[in-house]
Design a protein around this ligand. Structure first.
Ligand SMILES: Cc1cc2nc3c(=O)[nH]c(=O)nc-3n(C[C@H](O)[C@H](O)[C@H](O)COP(=O)(O)OP(=O)(O)OC[C@H]3O[C@@H](n4cnc5c(N)ncnc54)[C@H](O)[C@@H]3O)c2cc1C
Length: 442
């Protein structure tokens, strides 16, 4: 192996770029291959009607420590994220429901926020405190793992609290309905957000598109240091050759010492076809089920009356609505998110658009005229985060092949943070194998 290991990263999403930056900081020579012309994978910009919208509205949390570190590393300014204290606000309900974290250190931010919450009765507030106390008592371990719905029942959560707080939080974080979502992974998310330092539960809303938030600056950062990022360069498969690996699709036929496979789980199998020893791993990855996310972009001919950049919708199809005018100045642009499978899949896009407009009107009052609407469905947005799921690790049976991606084993569901963490772990594992370390100032 050369002194400077040659490493290929397949996939230009958040995991691939986190691996590439980590490897570059440790002195490896990195080539990243991305099949699409656009960087970012499942968190990317899409051009629609002269607007640059995202393939799906994303929320980051203050708890996303590795993502925030990566953004800093590649020179992204903190101002690209609109930071808001946690506020779950349902303006359309009678009476309106509001739970806002108080501007106090943890755990008072949540305790006082809960005491002051509007639209929730004492029974709801006590039930919420009961669930958080129970999780803390058990050190956020849920053994055996079971559906979130079972945990809610055992801790006697009220119907209102489940409907307005737990079910929307669970489906937003795990992209899996409470009936089938892992209580352990949900507990991990609550541990690191609501039950951690006050800023961990902050909502971080990107003010730039998702490609521009990290993949594009990371690509620039790599290029400045002499590494290579190839877009529109799909890799068909990986082959073992004398002294390393060759990628079918690499125009230079490079011999790589290591390869990080940082694709979505459903793209891994084709890459590993020529490795019989990987059959078990491929089968394990193939068993992951997936859940969709729908984002409806609605562009109105004027501003809307949002009390917060993000509001909850309840009782219809929409789950959360986002006022993009606060974020990127696109006046009148609204994103409505529907996570996981549900009744919305049974109606046409036109019917969904009409229903979502009615839901927005019920929450915000009369709406300006609609200029255009674009409904984007990501059918396999994330894996279904079910109880006791066996997720593959970074290391594979083939010494030079490594996995990264939001589906790789971690405490978190499929999120930007789990993707970034997996990339960092893959990068550091390779550096360690090569006897290298990340340099602080590289
Ligand atoms: C609509 C939507 C909303 C979401 N909302 C949130 C949210 O609010 N908060 C949050 O934290 N997370 C959210 N997520 C999840 C988050 O986007 C993903 O977890 C994360 O982007 C996954 O990153 P990744 O790098 O693991 O995979 P990907 O983003 O899938 O990246 C893999 C890349 O590999 C490329 N590729 C595949 N095969 C090949 C090949 N053979 N050769 C070369 N390149 C290849 C793909 O084109 C892709 O760019 C959302 C996801 C979706 C879809």
């Amino acid at each position: 192996m050369s002194l400077q290991p040659q490493v290929a990263v397949i996939g230009g999403g958040y995991a691939g770029f986190s691996a590439a930056v980590t490897l570059a900081r440790g002195g490896a020579r990195v080539t990243l291959f991305e099949s699409s012309r656009t960087l970012g994978g499942r968190a990317r910009v899409v051009d629609k009607n002269d607007y640059a919208v995202d393939n799906g509205q994303h929320i980051l949390l203050g708890a996303y420590a590795e993502t925030l570190r990566m953004l800093r590393l590649v020179g992204v300014k903190p101002g690209v994220l609109e930071t808001r204290r946690l506020a779950l606000v349902y303006p359309g309900l009678e009476p309106p429901c509001e739970l806002r974290a108080a501007p106090l250190p943890a755990p008072l931010h949540l305790a006082i926020g809960l005491l002051r919450a509007k639209g929730l009765g004492w029974g709801d507030k006590l039930a919420m405190a009961r669930l958080m106390r129970r999780l803390k008592r058990d050190r956020f371990r849920v053994e055996p793992d079971r559906p979130v719905a079972a945990l809610l029942k055992e801790t006697a959560q009220t119907a209102k609290l489940s409907r307005l707080i737990w079910e929307p939080l669970c489906v937003a974080a795990l992209n899996t309905p409470v009936a089938t979502a892992s209580a352990q992974v949900f507990a991990n998310v609550l541990r690191d957000s609501l039950a951690a330092g006050a800023s961990a539960s902050d909502l971080l809303l990107p003010k730039v598109d998702l490609s521009e938030l990290f993949p594009v600056p990371a690509s620039r950062w790599l290029a400045m240091r002499g590494h290579t990022v190839r877009t529109a360069e799909p890799i068909k498969t990986i082959e073992r050759i004398e002294g390393g690996y060759r990628l079918d699709g690499d125009p230079w036929n490079t011999c790589f010492d290591h390869v990080v496979i940082a694709t979505a789980p459903y793209h891994v199998a084709a890459l590993l076809e020529s490795f019989p020893a990987m059959a078990g791993l491929v089968e394990q990855i193939g068993q992951l089920k997936h859940e969709p996310i729908v984002t409806a972009w609605l562009a109105f001919d004027g501003p809307l009356n949002f009390p917060e950049p993000m509001i909850g919708l309840n009782g219809g199809y929409g789950q959360w609505a986002f006022d993009r005018s606060v974020l990127d100045g696109l006046e009148g642009l609204v994103g409505v998110v529907i996570s996981a499978s549900g009744a919305h899949q049974e109606i046409s896009k036109d019917a969904l658009e009409i229903a979502l407009r009615e839901e927005l009107q019920a929450a915000l009052g009369p709406l300006p005229a609609l200029k255009w609407a674009q409904i984007i469905t990501e059918k396999r947005a994330t894996f279904a985060c079910t109880p006791g799921l066996r997720r593959p690790g970074t290391v594979t049976p083939e010494a030079g092949l490594w996995l990264a991606g939001d589906y790789v084993a971690s405490d978190y569901p499929a999120t930007i943070e789990s993707a970034v963490q997996s990339g960092v772990i893959a990068g550091r594992s390779i550096l360690k194998r090569c006897g290298l370390k990340e340099q602080l100032f590289r």
